[in-house]
Design a protein around this ligand. Structure first.
Ligand code: HEC
Length: 142
């Protein structure tokens, strides 16, 4: 009886370790995808290290923000919701003034919706933006 209990406790432990491992794997894949997207779509302005010094930033009339300070500027919490809305850009956020950054929600959608139905394209866009957010969260400076 005792042995059975031990076995099931060990089994549960084993499963939970496996599960955490699988989650970590999935997470790192998402961060990796976000990084690729960042290099492709954002680094031209925000810079390869997200410090706001990309090649194109010099041609803009407003300063391109350093994206490694988002957590620090928000009292130690990465502002997922706000950053999501800023990157998506389809909902205007008034306090941000005139916008020079592209509306990524529309851009990402136009590249996906030809291949899948409209609703699913929306889900893919959300996922794509979240991958970029996970990457940004992973490079925040203390
Ligand atoms: C054409 C240049 C350009 C590109 C490309 C670009 N951005 Fe921006 N980004 C800006 C500028 C300029 C601002 C400042 C506000 C504005 O003009 O909209 C900004 C603001 C932001 C902000 C708000 C930061 C803050 O502190 O308020 C975030 C977050 C952001 N960009 C993320 C991204 C991500 C993620 C991508 C890629 C998917 C991206 N940007 C691509 C130019 C760009």
């Amino acid at each position: 009886m005792k042995l059975v209990k031990w076995n099931s406790a060990l089994f549960l432990m084993f499963i939970s370790v496996l599960f955490q491992f699988a989650q970590a794997e999935e997470m790192s894949l998402a961060v990796e995808n976000g990084k690729l997207e960042f290099f492709e779509s954002c680094s031209l302005c925000h810079g390869k290290k997200a410090k706001g010094d990309g090649l194109f930033s010099k041609m803009l009339t407003i300063e391109t923000p350093d994206l490694t300070q988002l957590r620090r500027n928000n009292g130690g919490n990465f502002p997922y919701r706000e950053v999501y809305l800023i990157v998506d850009g389809r909902e205007p956020i008034t306090q941000h003034g005139p916008r020079q950054m592209p509306i990524w929600g529309d851009r990402f959608k136009s590249t996906t919706w030809y291949t899948v139905n409209q609703n699913y394209a929306e889900t893919l866009v959300t996922g794509k933006i979240f991958e970029v957010l996970l990457y940004l969260d992973s490079i925040q400076e203390e």
